[in-house]
Design a protein around this ligand. Structure first.
Ligand code: ADP
Length: 447
């Protein structure tokens, strides 16, 4: 096992990794930007080192600075967390050249799954169902029109290198497709430095169901069950739960088996998530694989009792996965509390948190980097805390999560806590009528 590990991330996930290191007896070093000098991760880690100015491009995305900092501090491994460099194949490659272990999959998996059109092709080739569409980048608008006509409208244009719910456009007819095509291309080029687009059939009111997989270098690839992340705003997850409710056991099993088969087929190693959409008839289709730890990993941890970050580090050190020591039990729901103003179209807000009182009590876990006096920097995402509730069943988990949200005090900045309580109370959510457009309908009703 490693004796020292470098954390190339910030916020709650940096804190989460510091904690996993402590539990494993590994010294942690946090690489922080100038804007994160006082962060909780810096306070809790064994050591910290500045990796550059506030803007991410100069710090959390700056590979030379990160590698230098890891070498200077004598770290044997780098954990990338999620976002930032976590899916950038150059990081594991350069780590390897410098004799540092990357806590994640091989660069080749990042490459194969990072191009989502190629990922679709790969999964389809081993019999994993994919949404009807193209398995390679579209050549031009004429080709997009031809394919859309053959699979039928509506269709969704997606950036091959896309992520974070960005760069997707739904076209309901040929005129819309012609209008959106150049816009989507330009957006993809700006956001992901590659204009490549692909096209899928747009599934109406689908559910987002994903499978957590773990794979080690000793021949084990396994799944830790499903999560439902259908409660989304603008293609971004807001509430996640495990196991995915209201689906037949046979469907859940089949999705999990396909996820494991897909991961094994590409020689995947470490933790990953295979994402699917489920349509109104219960048919499911692969959409993408995330080759990293997910924001919503705690719901699986609480359901199964497996510490995923610990397993990631063990796997990277060449050790076998520790199998779960109990059956998954109960139901777990997580909500993402962000510094965004629902009254102003969820505009991110910055400021100083003047008071912070996290919730607690039976079944509650809080993953957060907040403290009273913390100033939210303007450069990064607006996640403040993940509140995770576990219950014997879904109703108990909802009741506990609502109790936790009611207890939560975050003063000084506007947060989404009241909005999350409204979502939890909505009849569709309570009745397990989950789909990706539910939040939009709820917000439209409130207007
Ligand atoms: P990203 O990598 O940006 O997260 P994904 O491919 O994972 O993009 O899709 C994110 C979300 O976008 C999905 O959870 C779903 O809500 C919506 N979406 C993606 N593809 C489709 C589709 N073919 N039909 C309907 N909704 C889709």
């Amino acid at each position: 096992m490693f004796s020292k590990l470098f954390i190339a991330n910030r916020g709650e996930i940096a804190v989460r990794i510091v904690r996993a290191c402590r539990d494993l007896g590994i010294r942690s070093v946090v690489g922080y930007s100038e804007a994160d000098r006082d962060s909780l991760a810096v306070q809790l880690a064994d050591e910290s080192i500045c990796i550059g100015p506030g803007p991410s491009a100069k710090s959390y995305l700056n590979i030379p600075n990160i590698i230098t900092a890891a070498l200077l501090t004598g770290c044997e491994a780098v954990h990338p967390g999620y976002g930032f460099l976590s899916e950038n194949p150059y990081l594991p490659e350069i780590c390897e050249h410098c004799g540092i272990v990357f806590v994640g999959p091989p660069a080749e998996s990042l490459r194969e799954m990072g191009d989502k059109a190629r990922a679709r092709e790969r999964m389809a080739s081993v019999g994993v169902p994919t949404v009807p569409g193209t398995n390679r980048a579209l050549r031009n608008l004429a080709e997009a029109r031809e394919i859309a006509a053959s699979i039928g409208y509506p269709v969704i244009l997606k950036a091959a290198m896309g992520g974070g719910g960005r760069g997707m456009r739904v076209a309901r007819n040929e005129a819309e497709l012609s209008h959106y095509y150049p816009l989507a291309e330009a957006e993809a080029e700006t956001a992901f430095a590659r204009a490549d687009l692909y096209l899928e059939k747009y599934i109406e009111r689908p559910r987002h169901v994903e499978v957590q997989v773990l794979a080690d270098r000793h021949g084990t690839t396994l799944d830790l069950g499903t999560r439902d992340c259908s409660t989304q705003r603008r293609y971004q997850k807001v509430i996640e739960e495990a196991p995915a409710p209201a689906l037949p056991a046979a469907t859940l099993q089949s999705i999990a088996e396909d996820a494991v088969r897909g991961a094994a087929a590409i020689g995947y190693v470490n933790a990953g998530t295979v994402e699917f959409l489920v349509d109104g008839e219960g048919r499911y289709y692969f959409i993408e694989m995330n080759t990293r730890l997910q924001v919503e990993h705690p719901v699986t941890e609480e359901l199964t009792g497996v510490d995923l970050v610990r397993q990631q580090i063990r796997i990277a050190a060449g050790e076998p996965i520790e199998l779960p020591d109990r059956e998954p039990s109960g139901h777990v729901i997580e909500c993402r509390v962000t510094a965004e103003d629902p009254e102003r179209d969820f505009r991110p807000v910055v400021g100083t948190v003047t008071a912070y009182r996290p919730p607690g009590g039976p079944g509650i876990r809080v993953d957060s980097h907040l403290w009273a006096g913390y100033t939210i920097p303007p450069y990064y995402d607006s996640l403040l805390a993940k509140i995770i509730a576990r219950g014997r069943n879904r109703d108990e988990a909802i009741a506990r999560l609502d109790r936790a949200l009611a207890e939560t005090v975050i003063e000084g900045v506007v947060t989404t806590v009241p909005f999350l309580r409204r979502l939890l109370a909505s009849p569709d959510f309570r009745d397990r009528n989950l789909h990706t457009e539910a939040v939009r309908s709820l917000l439209a009703e409130a207007r």
